[in-house]
Design a binder for this molecule. Structure first.
Ligand code: FPP
Length: 237
């Protein structure tokens, strides 16, 4: 696509699975399964466009407030997802990593995540960063504690703390900042997602519900991104 700028790092808040299913007279779980299938496809589309990093919000630290039945179901998704798609992800060169405290997830879910990490560790076409039990506030508190611990043990001094120190203690320490953040389902908020990493991201909100967000929708979003003038607080020369 001519003149289309390709972001290095895209983030997506995958929203609207429940409403999508409801509109079809189906249970919410059906929406989540379709949402998973869509994630696989969009991940390949994103990789094919040359994007190097994709971060997705799969389960937030606030999602624990949902009915236990739905929370339990959501934790089966990584198991189902990796069972079904991991081999094709390896073939396509997608490396899976996680942001969030996955040690708090049910054991089977955690093991499925560990297997995905291991299986894809040598893939290098595109990194899929899945945020599971993730919240920005939680991530920043965690970073502060890790840094405080280093100060306490005299590994660094307070005066050495700078932006890079914070960045280096985030879950996503090895990833570049987010260039383009998409949220589906017509909600226009960040919901505690990547607040540090998305500080200069271009934001894009669409009415389309996540399971219906196709490659065409992605291209439309990227055309919009291509028109943005990113100044990062500077002045255009
Ligand atoms: C939001 O829809 C979606 C979620 C809470 C979970 C989405 C996660 C996936 C589709 C992928 C999971 C994949 C892996 C590998 C973990 P919603 O339930 O908030 O929808 P609603 O706002 O319409 O109710």
């Amino acid at each position: 696509m001519e003149n289309m700028k390709v972001p290095n790092h895209i983030a997506i808040i995958l929203d609207g699975n429940g409403r999508w299913a409801k509109a079809k007279g189906m249970p919410r779980g059906y929406g989540h399964i379709k949402g998973c299938a869509n994630l696989e496809q969009i991940c390949y589309d994103i990789k094919d466009l040359g994007v190097k990093y994709l971060t997705v919000y799969a389960f937030s630290t606030e999602n624990w407030k949902r009915d236990k039945e739905e929370v339990d179901y959501l934790f089966t998704l990584p198991i189902i997802y990796f069972d079904k798609y991991i081999d094709s992800m390896v073939n396509k060169g997608i490396k899976v990593i996680f942001s969030g405290d996955i040690s708090k997830l049910p054991n089977k879910t955690m093991l499925a995540c560990d297997r995905a990490l291991l299986k894809t560790k040598n893939c290098n076409k595109c990194i899929l960063n899945i945020c599971l039990n993730y919240g920005s506030h939680d991530e920043i508190v965690r970073a502060c504690k890790l840094i405080a611990n280093e100060v306490e043990h005299k590994q660094i001094s307070i005066n050495d703390i700078n932006e890079k120190t914070i960045q280096d203690h985030l879950y996503s320490k090895d990833l570049p900042n987010i260039d383009f953040l998409i949220r589906t389902s017509n909600e226009k908020r960040l919901s505690n997602f990547m607040l540090w990493q998305a500080s200069y991201a271009e934001l894009y909100f669409t009415k389309t519900l996540w399971p219906a967000f196709t490659k065409r929708c992605l291209i439309k979003a990227l055309k919009d991104y291509s028109k943005r003038d990113r100044r990062f607080g500077g002045v255009k020369k």
